[in-house]
Design a protein around this ligand. Structure first.
Ligand code: HEM
Length: 182
């Protein structure tokens, strides 16, 4: 994945746990790079190793690291570095969700070698959404939980979200039910 993803894990750790913990995570992961370049591609393995090492060093479940990372991605990386793109995604939570399937199309203009996730939205009722997430990568379900909660927080929208099913065939496919709470 592009270096900006690994930079975000670094940002999340350094801001919340300090530089020493990050140094320890790098040491534990055995990764040689100490500095990631945002628009350079790195092996996906590096990102997964950083998450695994963060979970060991910070004594958190890897699901919790991925969720915190998803929220950080939206509220810090997305909102602070790409505010205009995030604003163009919609004016409220429902609109942002409706536009989510097209979101990474615009990101590909900045990161042309992107291997983006795919999203599909089904509106069950006015306040119930089914979100399908497809990926060439495995194991990012809790990252998606964090991302969607981050988007809800960005719009100060209370939601409930649950995983309905998970399939791992040639592509990873998670189905989530999201309820918008008044
Ligand atoms: C302006 C904000 C955003 C930028 C710049 C951005 C960019 C990226 C980049 C560079 C990657 C790494 C993929 C690669 O290198 O091949 C990625 C992955 C991903 N992004 Fe975004 N993204 C943004 C917002 C979002 C939002 C709002 C979501 C909402 C759900 C999202 C969902 C994901 C997921 C799930 C992945 C993991 C890749 C996978 O599942 O295979 N991103 N994004």
């Amino acid at each position: 994945m592009y270096g900006i993803v690994n930079q975000a894990i670094q940002g999340l750790v350094v801001e919340n746990y300090g530089q020493d913990q990050w140094n320890e995570i790098l040491k534990r992961s055995g990764i040689q790079e100490t500095h990631f370049i945002s628009n350079e591609s790195y092996e996906d393995e590096i990102t997964f190793e950083l998450v695994a090492a963060a979970s060991e060093v910070l004594k958190l479940k890897s699901e919790d690291v991925l969720e915190a990372f998803g929220k950080y991605w939206v509220l810090n990386t997305g909102y602070q570095k790409y505010g205009d793109l995030m604003k163009a995604g919609g004016n409220d939570f429902s609109e942002f969700m409706r536009n989510l399937p097209n979101f990474h199309g615009r990101i590909m203009l900045i990161y042309p070698k992107l291997c983006p996730p795919e999203f599909l939205i089904e509106n069950l009722e006015e306040k119930k959404i089914i979100l399908h997430y497809y990926s060439a990568r495995s194991g990012l379900t809790h990252f998606v939980f964090g991302l969607i909660h981050g988007i809800a927080e960005m719009f100060k929208q209370k939601i409930e979200m649950q995983l309905v099913s998970s399939e791992n065939t040639t592509t990873w496919h998670d189905t989530f039910l999201i309820e918008i709470i008044d």
